[in-house]
Design a protein around this ligand. Sequence first.
Ligand SMILES: [Zn+2]
Length: 315
Amino acid sequence: MRTVLAGDLGGTKCRFALVAEDFTRHESAPVPTVRERAPFLGAFDQAIQGLLDTLPRGWQAPCAAGFGTAGVIPVGGASIHHAPNLPLDGYPLAEHVRQRFGLPAVLLNDGRASALGEYQRGAAAGADPLLCLFFGTGIGIGMVADGRPHAGADNAAGEIGHTIYRPSGRRCPCGGLGHFEAYCGGRAIVERAAEEVAPAAPSGAAWTVGAVAALARAPAEPGAAAAAAILSDAALAAAVLTANVCTLWNPRACVLGGGVLQGWPELAAQVAAFVAAETSVPIHSQLRFVPAMEGSAAILYGAAAATGALWHRAR
Ligand SMILES: [Zn+2]
């Protein structure tokens, strides 16, 4: 059975898998992401070699490699121009993989990788165009059209979280003012809870989106109204963002995922209801909202698909 090597290079953990043409995955244990380049690359090489050394019976050795990661990746996918969470700024990682393991390699943005993975294997597999929105610490987006991730002229398309929701509004982690991410990104939600509810969650631990949502569901508790107001604001921002991008792009399906939804699952239905109410009939009448795949699966499948070695594109 043909296989490719796939990786999800995350800010806290890196995951690697061999992905077979029947979508079976042979995964190794996640590797903690370290901040210095030499030890990072040492752990990277070791994890890949470990997978190659434990090839399941009947599987061919991988013929290509794909890696999804946060960051700005120049056209061609050979390196990461700016890697916010990895010690790899400008490093030619694809050439590294070719030299060490003899595999042609491609890198792609994790939002695009996730979208391509959802298109191959998710709840809306094959829906085209496919829109994926990930409400995590920040807001990730991926779009697939004609079976391919839409990347834009310079691989920078789709940063809708950094478009303006409220001019001169809250400061976004990117430095801009009033961006959507400053209202419905997970970081913004927990920062607002610390500012407007209490310095820490009721448990005494740092705020999470789940803790804000739990407090908002308990109206008798102190701070519940403030927590509910923060979530109401965040839900409106997420819904407006989704309605805008659906109107712009007329997707057949929209995948909703990310850590904010894990802690606050009610958001998905609120977004879907807003889109149905506030967009035109051709936009929403056949639009399906579906949940994202669990964990790293979408990124791994998308990174595998991006190699072009396993699966034919739909069109
Ligand atoms: Zn921003």
